[in-house]
Design a protein around this ligand. Structure first.
Ligand SMILES: N[C@@H](CCC(=O)N[C@@H](CS)C(=O)NCC(=O)O)C(=O)O
Length: 218
């Protein structure tokens, strides 16, 4: 049986997994999940991923239920020493740190807004939730003042994971490009990457516009 990636194009972690699969030609069958129909809540899906999140990668009895772990696994297994995830332990640690930053800070701050709206139909957003997104622009600007990209001076899997998330932020919190020039330049550079254009742009736009429509301040 071929390996499968359960995904949803509107989901940032799923898009990051798709982009890295495509970059490294990971042999995988892509399976779309309809969250609105509860396809992530079936007993079969919960057996693979009790947390019922998307994406999930399954290869026989080997299951990965976190996109960041997937990116590391895809790079190590199919990346052939790619600079996207170098073997040098210090560089790797800097990349891992920014992958955890995406999961723990960037994506979490988006998920707190997006999940209630998309999964549970709860509309509206608090000022604090928007301020939390705004604050990530300060973090990102500071990181991008140290290196050209988030972890190093070249693109790594951490940029791909973070871009999948941050490319949606401006729909809910407009970005002041004068105040955040490094972040604006990083967004522009990432936007140019063919895999971002092909596998991120449409999903980010669709979900971003949806988010904009449901996030009037409470
Ligand atoms: N840390 C996980 C987070 C995945 C996640 O929260 N995905 C959202 C979609 S963007 C989801 O599945 N939400 C549905 C749910 O939690 O029931 C990852 O990186 O894969």
């Amino acid at each position: 049986m071929p390996a499968k990636l359960y995904k949803l194009d509107q989901s940032p972690p799923a898009r990051a997994a798709i982009m890295v699969c495509k970059i490294f030609n990971v042999p995988v069958e892509m399976v779309d999940l309809n969250v609105l129909e509860g396809e992530h809540l079936t007993p079969e899906y919960l057996k693979m991923n009790p947390c019922h999140t998307i994406p999930v990668f399954v290869d026989g009895d080997f299951v990965i239920h976190d996109s960041h772990a997937m990116l590391m696994y895809f790079a190590d297994t199919y990346g052939n020493n790619s600079p996207l995830y170098p073997k040098d332990i210090k560089q790797r640690t800097l990349i891992n740190q920014k992958l955890f930053f995406n999961d723990g800070v960037l994506f979490t701050r988006l998920r707190i807004i997006a999940n209630p709206a998309f999964v549970h139909g709860v509309k509206g957003v608090t000022k604090m939730q928007l301020d939390n997104v705004q604050e990530t622009y300060d973090f990102l600007e500071a990181f991008l003042s140290r290196h050209k990209f988030l972890a190093l001076d070249h693109i790594t899997i951490a940029d791909i994971a973070a871009y999948a998330t941050v490319s949606m932020f401006h729909y809910i919190v407009p970005l002041d490009t004068n105040k955040y020039p490094k972040l604006a330049a990083w967004l522009k550079e990432m936007e140019k990457q063919p895999y971002c254009q092909k596998y991120n742009a449409a999903g980010a736009k669709a979900f971003g516009e949806y988010m904009k429509s449901v996030t009037e301040t409470k």
